[in-house]
Design a protein around this ligand. Structure first.
Ligand SMILES: Nc1nc2c(ncn2[C@@H]2O[C@H](COP(=O)(O)OP(=O)(O)O)[C@@H](O)[C@H]2O)c(=O)[nH]1
Ligand SMILES: [Mg+2]
Length: 431
């Protein structure tokens, strides 16, 4: 009896081990979700005061982190979603990581995008950022500087840094760069605003618009953060970029000795700059040493400098050299204008200010028309002329909207002054 039951026990034990072996073999072939390899905490956009930045934890290496992420942008995107991945449900779809493959950042220029914005501009500036990234910067990862007369809030920082593939910087403008200088008669300035409001001049009654124009004319390039850079590309909210930019415009500028550039030009609203040319003449008399031989004065004036024809480059788009803006030639110009008070007693815009300075203090060859940067800022479009060009550059603008050759544009004058051949088909786009 004892021998019989021990035999049964042995059979049972064999059967049990057999079942266990079969179970292990079959379960080891069940596919398992991969274990996420992304660190789960402590990431912050550059400029944040808490915790290490992506760069500090080595996120800048393309293809790092287990091959799951291909760029700093992707790291940031995953960080911005701030999902602690160790606790995420295994089947949750991953955020769309990795735009297209990164190119080498060797030979990158000392350059940055720069945007002046309010917190309330967030949902318009993100549209611009998305376009700049998709059309260009996702392959280059240039920095982006944000400037504001108030502190940027955490939503603004979080959303913009998640979209930008380079390092982002957020700076508050010092009060002395966004207020009335002591020599300005504020009562006189107030009366001007009332008069302009009655005449329905755009932004005529706005104080903040005047501070903005003065800041863009005289101070953005002198902010401590901007001193780190040599080149800037200005981006405003709600712009569009219509074509791929498959080369580095900063490098193009440097290689071709350019200092300032534009995509749209037009005539300024005369009521806003009645005495701007008088101040310019004072500057020209005081500082003949800054007037460069071979400059573009003929683009500004049809009578050798006696009067201004109101042509200006539209400065909501600019790629330029910061050292030129920081040069005595430019600073002396700004200071003359500032003392004369037209930022407040009229409504001088930074576009004619930058344009006049560029046309007087640079050689005309140092100013570049970026035909291949197709651009929109309400209400004007630069859509490159030529069907094949637009197809080759994957453009999505309507050629009918192109402003270049219309009567109110100054770009035809620019081509004529520089003896540049106009593209085939330009005459069909005149009207
Ligand atoms: N921080 C800040 N930025 C401003 C202010 N007003 C305008 N801006 C920015 O200055 C730039 C020009 O302003 P915008 O309203 O686009 O003027 P417009 O293009 O001439 O119609 C944009 O980048 C705005 O975001 C302001 O009061 N504060
Ligand atoms: Mg604008």
């Amino acid at each position: 009896m004892a021998a019989g039951s021990s035999r049964i026990l042995r059979y049972l034990l064999f059967a049990f081990f057999g079942v266990m072996v079969l179970y292990f073999i079959s379960s080891s072939s069940i596919p398992r979700p991969p274990i996420p390899a992304i660190p789960t905490e402590g990431f912050h956009w550059k400029g944040s005061t808490e915790g290490p930045t992506v760069d500090e934890v080595g996120g800048e290496k393309p293809g790092a982190l287990n091959g799951q992420i291909t760029s700093t942008a992707a790291v940031k995107a995953s960080v911005a979603s701030s999902q602690p991945l160790g606790t995420a449900a295994p089947m949750t779809p991953k955020p769309t990581l990795g735009l297209s493959p990164t190119v080498s950042t060797e030979g990158k220029m000392n350059a940055t995008f720069v945007t002046l914005a309010r917190n309330s501009d967030l949902w318009e500036i993100v549209k611009s950022i998305r376009q700049v990234e998709d059309r260009f910067n996702r392959n280059y990862h240039y920095d982006w500087v944000f400037l504001n007369d108030k502190p940027f809030d955490s939503t603004f920082k979080k959303v913009t840094s998640a979209l930008i593939s380079g390092t982002t910087h957020y700076e508050e403008i010092p009060e002395e760069h966004w207020s009335y200088p002591d020599f300005i008669d504020q009562e006189r300035a107030r009366k001007v605003r009332e008069e302009m409001a009655e005449k329905k001049i755009i932004y005529g009654d706005s104080v903040s618009y005047r501070h903005m124009c003065r800041f863009e004319s005289g101070f953005f390039f002198r902010q401590p953060i901007m001193n780190k850079f040599e080149w800037y590309w200005r981006v405003e909210p709600s712009i569009e970029l219509y074509c791929d930019i498959a080369y580095d415009p900063f490098k193009f500028m440097a290689d071709n000795k350019k200092k300032y550039s534009f995509v749209l030009s037009l005539y300024e609203y005369v009521e806003t700059i009645e005495t701007l040319w008088d101040s310019t003449k004072t500057y020209m008399q005081k500082h003949p040493e800054h007037l460069v031989k071979g400059n573009a004065m003929k683009w500004l004036s049809d009578d050798d400098g006696e009067s201004y024809n109101h042509c200006h480059f539209w400065s909501n788009f600019e790629i330029g050299n910061l050292n030129w803006l920081r040069s005595p030639a430019y600073i002396d110009f700004f200071e003359q204008l500032d003392k004369d008070g037209g930022f407040f007693y009229e409504r001088w815009g930074d576009a004619p200010v930058h344009s006049i300075a560029a046309a007087l203090t640079l050689k005309k060859e140092e100013i570049h028309f970026f035909n291949d940067i197709a651009y929109y800022h309400v209400p004007f479009t630069h859509c490159p002329t030529g069907d094949q060009f637009r197809l080759d550059h994957k453009c999505h603008c309507n050629p009918k909207d192109n402003f270049d050759w219309k009567g109110y544009s100054c770009t035809t004058r620019w081509f004529d002054l520089n003896k540049m051949a106009k593209p085939e088909g330009w005459e069909d786009e005149k009207n």
